[in-house]
Design a protein around this ligand. Structure first.
Ligand SMILES: C[S@@+](CC[C@H](N)C(=O)[O-])C[C@H]1O[C@@H](n2cnc3c(N)ncnc32)[C@H](O)[C@@H]1O
Ligand code: SF4
Length: 475
């Protein structure tokens, strides 16, 4: 039985409170009373107890030239490049200086092996600003140790020359915001970028310069159907990025009012349609040679992400399934969040608060959390479920009181309930998600989330098999 074959089972598990679990505990539970001083202490604590290896430096650029209606990221739409330069030279550079000072005080720096430029649109920077940012980062980073440097690419804002420039700077991974190749969908989301545009960028030479090329696709966009995703995956299979993600689009019109533009002509694909579209994309990608890497990521068999999955080193976080080398990250820029040692910290979203804090010499901390032993154990389990869809109890026994089975007695009882719905198979050694369980894996993760309401699993809805194809939404 597949997810789209059983509409009533889906109905039982529709719950808006389920998260992606890119972080655990989820951001809503981070402490907003934490401040600059706590961030400094946390960095000190982390580096006193570890060598700071496996670290990534994340830089957020909160500007774009044009608004995409689906976008949830923190950004301002502007055509004023002076504003972008002011942010870079007068604020972000100061945040980097402050980090340099703290690491001097501590007498130790993280050993960065990855860099990630996200946004907003890091492609907004012209060459002189990109170069200046790299120079600034030299105060923090030994570039000889950098193994992966990713830049998120808005394909409408680069040309082959700019991509070659990125390569000359040391960038070796490009992550393209594609979302969907169908013209009707692109019109609804206010983002026209035909497949030819991307094909013309990815010349033989560019492919040889960048060993990893990722495409982001979104599931649940307006006008998207099973048929349109077939067209999109057709283009993807021909253009052949080495990695891609098919993320569910989060619709949050209460925080981003412009998102309602997406429903100006028609309703968004509903809970069932979204699953049918996701499911179709997955089947087609696997058929065209991609290997699954966690819940919503894929990679070609010879890509480093597929290798990391085989070696069980891959790691799931807010950037998708990563090769797993750099699981501590220090983040700069408004809204950026870091994760290092036992800590999470996030900067202010609002640029005035972010800027004011830095100008008065403080780190612009909005919230954060120090994870306790139990949080870390649960985070590890949740991330393993999201990446590998199975848990072996013995892998966690030494972190548990007595054993996994004793420690998680309540959770095991809840798992037995979802087992009855066919979401997983459990024996005395562990449990493994079924095909349906894979699609509902956030719901299974939620069993291990002590911060949320568990009533979701106690609903008593009668389940009757019903063939989804009768609803004429999927294949
Ligand atoms: C913020 S964008 C930055 C890249 C670049 N600005 C671009 O659009 O090409 C990074 C990714 O976030 C994802 N994203 C944006 N809004 C989202 C939403 N509402 N739900 C899920 N993912 C979203 C998109 O897939 C996008 O490619
Ligand atoms: S998707 Fe990218 S380009 Fe579009 S508004 Fe968001 S950050 Fe900007």
């Amino acid at each position: 039985m597949e997810i789209t074959d059983n509409i009533n089972l889906l109905k039982k598990y529709i719950q808006p409170l389920v998260f992606d679990y890119t972080e655990y505990p989820t951001k809503a539970h981070w402490d907003e009373s934490l401040q600059s001083i706590d961030y400094k202490e946390a960095l000190k604590d982390w580096l006193s107890n570890s060598d700071g290896s496996n670290s990534m430096f994340y830089v957020h650029t909160p500007f774009c030239e044009q608004l995409c209606y689906f976008c949830l990221c923190s950004k301002e739409i502007t055509k004023d490049y002076q504003k972008v330069k002011d942010y870079l030279y007068n604020v972000l550079f100061k945040e980097i200086d402050m980090l340099v000072d703290v690491f001097k005080e501590i007498g130790k720096k993280p050993k960065f092996k990855e860099i990630y430029f996200g946004g907003g649109s890091p492609t907004y920077y012209k060459k002189p600003e990109f170069l200046a940012l790299k120079d600034k980062m030299k105060d923090l980073i030994n570039f000889e140790n950098i193994e992966t440097w990713t830049v998120e690419i808005d394909p409408r804002r680069v040309d082959v020359d700019k991509l070659k420039f990125y390569h000359s700077m040391g960038v070796n991974r490009l992550s393209f915001g594609i979302q969907d190749f169908n013209l009707g969908v692109q019109q609804e989301i206010n983002r026209i970028q035909p497949p030819q545009l991307v094909e013309e960028l990815l010349t033989e030479e560019i492919r040889s310069l960048f060993p990893a090329i990722n495409f982001d696709l979104l599931i649940g966009l307006p006008a998207q159907t099973v048929e349109t995703i077939e067209e999109t995956i057709d283009h993807v299979s021909r253009i052949k990025p080495t990695q891609l993600q098919t993320m569910y689009m989060h619709y949050k019109p209460n925080t981003r009012r412009y998102m309602t533009n997406m429903v100006r002509n028609q309703a968004l694909p509903d809970f069932y349609d979204r699953r049918a579209i996701f499911h179709r994309a997955r089947n087609l990608l696997i058929k065209s040679g991609y290997k699954q890497a966690g819940f919503e990521s894929y990679a070609l068999p010879n890509d480093e992400l597929s290798e990391a999955m085989e070696e069980k080193k891959a790691y799931y976080n807010s950037l998708g399934t990563q090769v797993g080398e750099a699981n501590n990250f220090i983040a700069v820029g408004s809204s950026a969040h870091g994760s290092f040692g036992d800590y999470y910290f996030q900067n202010y979203y609002e640029r005035n608060l972010y800027t004011d804090a830095i100008k008065s010499g403080d780190f612009p901390i909005y919230r954060g959390l120090k994870l306790n032993k139990e949080d870390k154990l649960r985070r590890d389990i949740i991330k393993t479920i999201r990446t590998y869809f199975k848990i072996s109890f013995k892998d966690y026994d030494n972190q548990c009181i007595n054993s996994f089975v004793d420690h998680f007695e309540n959770e095991i009882n809840l798992l037995k309930q979802v087992e009855q719905d066919g979401l997983l198979i459990m024996n005395e050694d562990g449990f493994e998600l079924t095909e349906i369980g894979y699609h509902l894996s956030p719901h299974i993760c939620e069993i291990f989330d002590t911060y949320n309401d568990r009533d979701v699993f106690n609903k008593n809805i009668k389940i009757e098999p019903l063939n989804f194809s009768q609803m004429s939404v999927g294949k």
